[in-house]
Design a protein around this ligand. Structure first.
Ligand SMILES: Nc1ncnc2c1ncn2[C@@H]1O[C@H](COP(=O)(O)OP(=O)(O)OP(=O)(O)O)[C@@H](O)[C@H]1O
Ligand SMILES: [Mg+2]
Length: 242
């Protein structure tokens, strides 16, 4: 069990968890994170899903809020958490996080992201699922990347591969970097995001042959997708032992 020592020096229990990253932006990280959360909740677990940093946020109730974070909150057991605990860094510009942070004069670092999510990590859930931003090497600042954030959280990673043209290259590059970073890989999900993609199964097989981690599910292209339509394609039992 992971323990962190908070400011007041009381040891708090940190939930088990997963970090969800993707081969790119727009590959289905949010929909898969929400679906995994729903699947674990269906199995009787208490789960919180968070998005620590989000760009492209809109003003709602007088503050910047991310559609991703709002969706994840909807698929969490405890949806009373303060918005700032599930998305402490909400930027307006729809650009890479380090640029959006710079524009809004916010200091962004692995350390401050971990600190600001401490409350969510310790709020008595069985699992916390953290959605990254962009992909593996998306910058957080000029020195740190999502990869560094993953290592700092030290949760096993789930890689969402958006099945579209170019996905084999993106998947294998990401996988190689993950291996080099020596992070634990909980598994990967093949998520078909291009309705017109041909050779879908052949592409997935080409990736599977190169990735020594569980394929947690193949999610087909689904018109008007929502998490309840996805849970049946995911094998969360493969995550239970982690
Ligand atoms: N299997 C699918 N079938 C059809 N549409 C999908 C599928 N998966 C995702 N989508 C759609 O693709 C878009 C991108 O998905 P999503 O927002 O989950 O990606 P993301 O990786 O979280 O993006 P971001 O980098 O912005 O966080 C959404 O409009 C979503 O509804
Ligand atoms: Mg997202």
């Amino acid at each position: 069990m992971l323990m962190l020592v908070s400011k007041d020096h009381h040891k708090k229990r940190i939930a088990k968890g997963f970090f969800v990253t993707g081969t790119d932006t727009n590959v289905g990280k949010t929909i898969i994170t929400a679906s995994l959360s729903q699947a674990l909740i269906n199995g009787g677990k208490r789960v919180i899903a968070i998005k620590p940093l989000a760009s492209g946020c809109r003003i709602k109730d007088n503050k910047l809020q991310s559609d991703d974070a709002l969706m994840l909150r909807q698929y969490s057991t405890n949806n009373n958490l303060l918005y700032s605990s599930i998305n402490p860094f909400a930027f307006q510009d729809p650009v890479a996080p380090h640029l959006a942070a710079e524009k809004s004069k916010t200091k962004l670092s692995v350390d401050c992201i971990i600190k600001k999510t401490y409350h969510a990590l310790t709020s008595n859930s069985d699992y916390i699922i953290i959605e990254g931003a962009g992909g593996w090497f998306t910058p957080i600042n000029n020195q740190e990347r999502i990869a560094d954030l993953v290592r700092a959280y030290s949760y096993p990673v789930i890689l969402v591969v958006g099945i579209r043209l170019g996905c084999i290259n993106h998947a294998l590059l990401t996988y190689q970097c993950m291996q080099k970073a020596k992070v634990k890989i909980a598994g990967w999900v093949a998520n078909v995001v291009d309705r017109n993609m041909s050779y879908v199964l052949e592409n997935i097989e080409s990736i599977r042959l190169n990735i020594k981690a569980s394929l947690l599910g193949i999610v087909p292209y689904i018109y008007r997708i929502k998490p309840s339509k996805v849970t049946g394609f995911l094998q969360v039992d493969k995550l239970a032992t982690l």
